[in-house]
Unconditional design. Structure first.
Length: 68
């Protein structure tokens, strides 16, 4: 697997893993204020989810690159 293919594999796996991790740990507001979306999460924790996603995607990409 060359570097271009590895980069494409990383990007695709990053987005897939990111969408999988989005619903984890989501707590919606019990009493949303007027004008707020009732399904919006209280604390989305996107930085943590992006970090975990990056680490998992790097591990998967390196594993696939190593096996090919």
């Amino acid at each position: 697997m060359d570097n271009t293919t590895a980069a494409a594999f990383f990007l695709i796996s990053w987005w897939l893993i990111f969408f999988i991790t989005l619903p984890f740990g989501v707590h919606k507001l019990e009493e949303p204020e007027p004008g707020m979306e009732p399904g919006a999460p209280e604390k989305p924790l996107l930085w943590i989810k992006a970090g975990v996603t990056t680490l998992v995607a790097i591990c998967i990409t390196l594993l696939v690159k190593w096996t090919m």
